[in-house]
Design a protein around this ligand. Structure first.
Ligand SMILES: Cc1cc2nc3c(=O)[nH]c(=O)nc-3n(C[C@H](O)[C@H](O)[C@H](O)COP(=O)(O)O)c2cc1C
Length: 126
């Protein structure tokens, strides 16, 4: 694994994505093999994105603080909180997602969650 991280870095991969299978309802309850994640980070010459924290934002923040990665990608939380960065910045409550709406046919469950913070969004040149 460490060699893979080294070789991917040598080949100038844009980033390395480490996925923590944290999915308690499926019996995958993590946490990261933090020593392995640290080894991957140390051996990869580029940015490391951590993923798979479900709603465990505290652990994600801890792992960034501890230098296991450069950024965290949130999946399910980003679906149910369209203003996730603002909510985190303002320590606002995080909305639950409805897993029964995942992998459906239509738009329901993807773009109908509400933003509760004022979004500062700019499109095009200002
Ligand atoms: C409804 C849904 C759709 C997803 N679609 C994709 C996808 O198209 N490609 C992908 O790489 N990962 C996809 N994922 C996986 C997420 O990117 C992420 O790896 C996973 O949700 C774990 O992160 P989380 O704990 O922050 O949710 C999807 C996840 C969900 C719940």
């Amino acid at each position: 694994m460490l060699r893979a991280a080294r070789e991917l870095g040598d080949r100038k991969c844009a980033y390395l994505h480490l996925f923590n299978h944290y999915f308690p309802t499926q019996g995958w309850d993590g946490p990261f093999d933090r020593a392995l994640a640290q080894g991957m980070k140390n051996n990869f010459n580029g940015s490391v994105v951590l993923n798979g924290y479900s709603r465990d934002v505290e652990s994600a923040e801890r792992d960034i603080r501890d230098g296991l990665g450069d950024a965290v990608a949130f999946g399910k939380l980003a679906i149910s909180n369209p203003d996730l960065p603002e909510r985190m910045r303002e320590s606002a409550a995080l909305a639950e997602w409805d897993a029964t709406q995942f992998y459906g046919d239509g738009q329901k469950g993807y773009n109908d969650y509400l933003a509760i913070t004022r979004k500062r969004m700019t499109i095009g040149p200002t």
